[in-house]
Design a protein around this ligand. Structure first.
Ligand code: 9MR
Ligand code: ZN
Length: 566
């Protein structure tokens, strides 16, 4: 087969297709006219030795120097590739659909045909939730986004998705100006923020009056494969936990800062909620973990520490309020031993560092010559003379943060030439939700580029998109609706039950998982299958083919970065 990015390539970027059979030359043809536009020789990868991650012996067809916009197919021997585009806007529509996926995950309302087209659903999950420890107490926890293929709503997962989306907005605000055709479109607030607000309004309901935050609201077991309005089992507000509480404090502070110019009242509400959760964390310095009550079966989202979540909250509250107590906590926690580059749902240290690094109090004015300056255009209060005196100390921390991000980017970039599919992944990365690792690597590589101006990092980041969109050993594009061979049967209740053949477009599948954690996968994937091939496009495969809000969000970050308008 010929594996390439089935959506396509930017004109100025490297363009390499991967061929899994022996051939010497290849042709690039205009997909409509059949006219040959480019010819080249293939290059055997690694002396025709099988690749560890995929098991494949491959040949690379490099047509990087061809940059004319159009739609093409690549032919090598008798086989032809999927058609793909070369265009400056090649990721625009994809970016929009990746963001619109959040509208399709809205809970607590009906999806209207005006916005959802064929993919409507009725109003769901509006019944009050019973407090798990005291079921006679009922709470309104309606709203927010369904987490994934299931209908649970989980705070740490929500905070992660919001973090990817909101930091992308801070870094590249000009990529989020197009209307998304959601109910709030037409307001003066960018639609990405309107969509995030839907989640934030729900998040605010998850806070208890003492500032503690419920870990999740869900039924006792996952629903059967029915549309959400038919999932009427009782809802529970599960226990308060400190990772959820600290994530809540972090992301509401971040959102308060971002929403201030658009809606001051909402911003103030977010700020007050964030401060209240911070107070809870101060009176509960101990780690309050969450684990599923015995016999229950919805998502657990366990964690082994809350130090990184507290760290992220301290960073955001410092930049929101300018108060020294938050800076002091941030500096103490920074010295502790947790990943400073992780951007996941259990490890969030990277969000705290990113927040600190990109804050405008440190930013230089960007110029054409100096690509290391990061453009940020948000209002930040509280920068006083005291901090100017502490600047050398802060700049020192910032330099360390830069070093950590660069080390992570360099480590990831170095993996690319070591595997046949030229992706920044190692064997152990092919676990449940491997596409999140893939896309978070894309973010780290984008940061590598922004911090150095080194184009190799930009190319390396693109390799994550190429893999996601088809240049991988299964040949699937892991985004529904994108590519001629994209996944069509994601483990997603709405997509299964809506009676429509096509999946809703714009959802990222979890991707290959060598640990095969679901029954169908275990039965149908042979032992010893190389990790990159441990994938099936099957509804039953929740450990290979589910979707989640925090797998779409790093994809939004990466596509938004590459969707530059100039
Ligand atoms: O994404 C999560 C993955 O990293 C874990 O290995 C897995 C098992 O604990 O859970 C995944 O999260 C699922 C969550 O628990 C419930 N909603 C769907 C999520 C994706 O499969
Ligand atoms: Zn719902």
């Amino acid at each position: 087969m010929i594996h390439l990015n089935q959506t396509g390539y930017l004109p100025d970027a490297a363009k390499i297709a991967i061929i899994t059979y022996s051939c010497d030359t290849f042709l690039l043809k205009d997909s409509k006219t059949g006219q040959i536009v480019y010819e080249g020789a293939t290059k055997p990868y690694n002396d025709e030795k099988p690749d560890e991650a995929s098991g494949d012996i491959v040949y690379h067809a490099d047509f990087s120097s061809f940059g004319k916009e159009g739609t093409y197919i690549l032919q090598a021997g008798q086989s032809v590739s999927s058609p793909f585009s070369i265009s400056r806007n090649v990721y625009s529509k994809l970016k929009t659909d990746l963001i619109r996926s959040y509208y399709f995950q809205r809970c607590g309302c009906a999806l209207d045909a005006a916005y959802a087209g064929r993919f409507v659903h009725g109003c769901c999950h509006t019944a009050p939730a019973a407090l798990f420890d005291d079921p006679s107490t009922k709470l309104d926890l309606s709203g927010g986004w369904h987490d994934a293929g299931d209908y649970g709503r989980y705070v740490t997962a929500a905070a992660t998705a919001l973090a990817h989306l909101l930091y992308a907005f801070i870094l590249f605000p000009d990529r989020f100006l197009e209307p998304l055709n959601i109910p709030e479109s037409g307001s003066t607030t960018p639609d990405l923020l309107n969509e995030c607000r839907y989640e934030l309004e729900w998040l605010l309901k998850m806070q208890r009056s003492d500032g503690g935050v419920f870990h999740k609201v869900s039924t006792w077991h996952h629903a059967p494969f029915v549309m959400p309005e038919f999932d009427t089992a009782p809802l529970y507000a599960y226990a308060v936990a400190t990772p959820a509480t600290a994530d809540f404090a972090a992301v509401t502070a971040l959102a308060a800062r971002i929403f201030a110019p658009y809606d001051n009242d909402f911003s103030e509400k977010l700020k007050a909620a964030s401060l209240l959760s911070w107070e809870f964390l101060q009176t509960h310095p101990e780690f309050i973990a969450f684990s599923n009550p015995p016999g229950s079966g919805t998502g657990e989202y366990g964690d082994s520490s809350d130090r990184d979540e507290r760290f992220w909250a301290a960073a955001e509250l410092f930049f929101l309020t300018g108060e020294a107590r938050f800076l002091d906590s941030f500096l103490v926690l920074y010295m502790e031993d947790f990943s400073k580059t992780a951007l996941g749902y259990a490890a969030v240290g990277g969000f705290g560092c990113l927040s600190f690094y990109i804050n405008p109090v440190f930013a230089k004015v960007p110029t054409a010559e100096d690509t290391t300056a990061i453009p940020v255009a948000l209002h930040i209060p509280g920068w006083t003379d005291d901090y100017i005196a502490r600047m050398p100390e802060l700049l020192n921390i910032r330099e360390n943060i830069r070093g950590d991000f660069l080390a992570a980017a360099a480590h990831r970039a170095a993996l690319i030439p070591q595997n046949a599919y030229l992706v920044a992944m190692q064997k152990s990365d092919y676990c449940w939700g491997s596409n999140m690792t893939l896309l978070n690597n894309g973010i780290l590589l984008i940061l590598g580029f922004l911090l150095t101006g080194n184009n190799e990092y930009r190319e390396a980041a693109l390799s994550s998109l190429h893999y996601l969109l088809g240049r991988n050993a299964t040949g699937y594009s892991y985004v529904t609706g994108y590519g001629t061979r994209s996944c069509r049967h994601p483990h997603m209740r709405t997509v299964f039950a809506d009676g429509i053949d096509e999946p809703i477009p714009g959802f990222v599948s979890g991707g290959p998982n060598a640990y095969l954690s679901d029954e169908f996968g275990k039965r149908h994937i042979a032992e010893g299958t190389p990790p990159m091939k441990c994938y099936l496009d099957e509804y039953a495969c929740y450990s290979l083919n589910e979707v989640t809000i925090y797998w779409n969000s790093p994809a939004v970050f990466v596509t938004a970065f590459f969707d530059a308008k100039s």
